[in-house]
Every structure is written in structure tokens, then in C-alpha cells.
Design a protein around this ligand. Structure first.
Ligand code: AMP
Ligand code: GLY
Length: 418
């Protein structure tokens, strides 16, 4: 098969790395890809958000299958466009990708189907939102309705901070259209766990649980990022909690989307909080998480292409998906300054040595004219190691990362230890 993966980050490198191992995949392409993806796939210089150009290229080049990995093209309806052009694709259609693209949609869906989540109200009117915040008191959480690069959520410790956030979002400035509507919700407490699941519209198969580390600095301090590292499985996710989540959250969500006429095919991301009152949904995403994907797919023993095909063809229940035992840790090496402004184009050294004991997924890299690898983004690399247990996997990732350097490189020292 000729397969195209859409996207350019560490997640897409992990997907390409795994697909390249499949006997079904004869030719692998990635749009636009990056410096590491170029080692396993042919990179095509088309932006991941350019629905028309990706669809046209996939048609002209006779792709047999397209994997749409990032949130933006899913929300823009890339899967619908590919299907309309007769090209099978992996990922939810636009009407199902809404569970990520609109927080109000996902909260209303959970309320309608009694899926446990934080109590909330949604607002299109600024004054009503401000009054509700004052009435509820702090701590309280304010979320922009639309996609905001993971930056549209504020956990406010005071009413003033929450009200200022409401003003910032609804006055149009910082979040544009994504902030015109907001959700104000109850602040939950407890460990956070991610569960990714393959879904064929009707059946779902959970992957091993994982945990992201969203803040930039050690001790969960500093600004939010796309994710500074992930471990899998999460030590908090016991078999008993898994059973409850399946019954109270996962199956009801898939059934809800189906009965709303929005069957979900693709990877559904359950962002969970294990509160004293039981597991509850923090957020849904309509795709693999990044960097959770790098850790979780490293543990997959089965053929990823076969799983994608089974999701597409509605026969996920017939597959026996196998996972390696043990654990995985993905440590993100970021550019100095990230998630703020940073310099690009810095030479990276030590990749070969690191790759002797770990898999290094590239997130923001490109090949220089000399063939060397240079930084080209905020999150640069995801050093991913396996181990017989979490401790070994974490040590392995840090030991491998110690070989790598570039100017002003920064990373967290406490991935999997907090
Ligand atoms: P989200 O983009 O919805 O995942 O939110 C980003 C982060 O904000 C989450 O990973 C949580 O740490 C935090 N958060 C979101 N909603 C809540 C909530 N209702 N209570 C407490 N923390 C939350
Ligand atoms: N790692 C969180 C996300 O991909 O949304």
C-alpha cells in the first residue's frame, strides 16, 4: 500500500516509525514531515492544514490510505474531503472531531449522556460569565470553546484572575474566535491520566494508559506546553479504575457519538482526572496525544497498519492487539525559551549515541545543507526508552538523552517522578 501520514511532530514520527515496520506499507509519505521522519518516509512539502492540497496530492499520487494525525486538519474536515475524493483515511470526520474542536459541544454531550465530568456552564455573554464566576468563587476553571493550542485553559486561584481571563478571552484579543464562547467549570483535584483508544465507530480498544507532563519546568511549574514528556503505563491507573472508566466513560462516549449520528473512527483521547469521587473527564481529544503517542506506540507489538485498516472497516472487535510488557518513557528535549520565543537552526549532536539504547523521535528538526540535523521548533526531540518497569524506562530515557546536546537545550528532570 501507498500510505500518507499528515503532520510534522514527534507523534507523526512515532506513527511513521511504526507504519514503516508493517509489511502492508510499501511506500510511506509524510506531509510535511521533519528531519527525523525523512529517515523512514518521503517528506512532501504541503502544510498539514491545507485540506485541498493534501487531498489533491493524495489523489494524484494514488495513495491507498491517509492517516490524519493533528487536531487542526481533523477539525477542518480533512477526512471528509479525502473520503469525498474516494481515498480511505484514518481519523474522525469533522462532525466527530467536534469533541475536541468545541469544549461546549463535548461538555453538552457528557451532560446529556451522564458521563462524569466537572460541573460547568457555557457562556456567549461576557457579563453573565463574570457574574457566574463571582457566584461560584475560586478556584475555578475557565476554558475557551475552540482550539487554542493547549493554551485556552486557565485554572484560576482567585475570582479576579478568573474574571480577567473571561475578559481576555471574550474581548477577542488573545484567542480570536476560539474565545468568543467560554466554559466555566468546577475545579477538580486528583492525578491526571490519559487513555488513548482505537475506535471503529462502534467498538473501542484501549491502549496502555499514559501520563503527560504539561508544564515547562520541574515540579509542574511554569507555563503550559504541548507536553514535556510522557510515561506509559500510569502507576495510578489500576485495573479497578480501568474497569470503571470503561463502563462509566469510554463505552458511553463512543455510544453517545454513535447515537448522535457522529460515529467516531480514529483515536479518541480521554484526558481523565482520578478525583476522590471517581474518574471524570477533563477533556476529549480526537487524535493521539503528543508526547503520549511516542511512549504508547513504543509498547505496541502488533502491526499498526492492520489496526488502522480494522478501524476504517469497522472490524476492530476481530483483532487481537498485543502490547509489550514493561513500560516506556518519552523525554522531550526543547529549545531554550520554549514555550515562549526561541531560536531555530542550531546544530544537534549525539543523536547516534543516544540511538544505541533509545528511539529518538524528532519533533522540531530539519536537515541542514551539510546533512546534519538542526533544531526547527520548540519541542525538538522525544527520547524514548523501554524498560521492564517504569523506573528502568525513565532511567533509560535520561541516560540516552545525556548524549544529546544543542545550544540552550532544556528538559525536565522529573518526568515520571511526579
Ligand atoms: P485541557 O486543555 O482541557 O486538558 O486542560 C489543560 C489542563 O488544565 C488539564 O490537563 C488540567 O491539568 C487542567 N484542568 C482542566 N480542566 C480542569 C478542571 N475542571 N479542574 C482542574 N484542572 C483542570
Ligand atoms: N499531550 C497532550 C495533547 O496532545 O493534547
Amino acid at each position: 500500500m501507498k500510505v500518507l501520514v499528515v503532520g510534522s511532530g514527534g507523534r507523526e514520527h512515532a506513527i511513521c516509525w511504526k507504519l514503516a515496520q508493517s509489511p502492508h506499507v510499501e511506500e510511506l509519505y509524510c506531509a510535511p514531515g521533519n528531519g527525523g521522519i525523512a529517515e523512514v518516509a518521503r517528506c512532501v512539502p504541503i502544510a498539514a492544514t491545507d485540506v485541498q492540497a493534501v487531498t489533491a496530492w493524495a489523489g494524484e499520487q494514488k495513495m491507498d490510505f491517509v492517516v490524519v494525525a493533528p487536531d487542526d486538519p481533523l477539525a477542518l474536515g480533512m477526512v471528509d474531503a479525502l473520503e469525498a475524493a474516494g481515498i480511505p483515511a484514518f481519523g474522525p470526520r469533522q462532525n466527530a472531531a467536534m469533541i475536541e474542536a468545541s469544549k461546549i459541544f463535548s461538555k453538552d454531550l457528557m451532560a446529556k449522556y451522564h458521563i462524569p465530568t466537572a460541573a460547568y456552564r457555557s457562556f456567549t455573554d461576557r457579563e453573565q460569565a463574570l457574574a457566574y464566576v463571582a457566584e461560584q468563587g475560586a478556584p475555578i476553571v475557565v476554558k475557551a470553546d475552540g482550539l487554542a493550542l493547549g493554551k485556552g485553559v486557565i485554572v484560576a486561584q482567585s475570582v479576579e484572575e478568573a474574571q480577567q481571563t473571561v475578559r481576555d478571552m471574550m474581548d477577542g484579543g488573545r484567542f480570536g474566535a476560539a474565545g468568543a464562547k467560554v466554559v466555566v467549570e468546577e475545579c477538580m483535584t486528583g492525578p491526571e491520566v490519559t487513555v488513548l483508544a482505537f475506535c471503529d465507530g462502534e467498538h473501542l480498544v484501549c491502549m496502555p494508559s499514559s501520563q503527560d507532563h504539561k508544564r515547562a519546568f520541574d515540579g509542574n511549574r511554569g507555563p503550559n506546553t504541548g507536553g514535556m514528556g510522557a510515561i506509559s503505563p500510569s502507576p495510578y491507573y489500576t485495573p479497578e479504575i480501568a474497569r470503571r472508566c470503561m463502563e462509566e466513560i469510554f463505552q458511553p462516549t463512543v455510544a453517545a457519538l454513535r447515537s448522535e449520528g457522529r460515529p467516531f473512527q480514529g483515536v479518541i483521547y480521554f484526558g481523565l482526572m482520578l478525583t476522590p469521587g471517581g474518574p471524570r473527564v477533563v477533556e476529549y481529544n480526537a487524535r493521539f496525544g503528543d508526547p503520549e503517542c511516542q511512549a504508547v506506540l513504543s509498547l505496541l507489538d502488533s502491526d499498526l497498519m492492520e489496526i488502522f485498516l480494522a478501524c476504517r472497516e469497522g472490524r476492530l472487535d476481530t483483532l487481537d492487539i498485543r502490547w509489550k510488557g514493561g513500560a516506556a518513557c518519552c523525554l522531550v528535549l526543547a529549545s531554550g525559551g520554549y514555550p515562549g520565543p526561541y531560536v531555530k537552526g542550531l546544530p544537534i549532536t549525539g543523536l547516534k549515541q543516544a540511538e544505541e539504547t533509545a528511539v529518538v523521535f524528532h519533533a522540531g528538526t530539519k536537515r541542514g545543507e551539510d546533512g546534519g540535523v538542526r533544531t526547527n521548533g520548540g519541542r525538538v526531540l522525544g527520547v524514548t526508552a523501554l524498560g521492564e518497569n517504569l523506573e528502568r524506562a525513565i532511567d533509560g530515557a535520561y541516560a540516552a538523552a545525556a548524549h544529546i546536546s544543542f545550544q540552550d537545550m532544556h528538559f525536565r528532570r522529573d518526568i515520571g517522578r511526579i
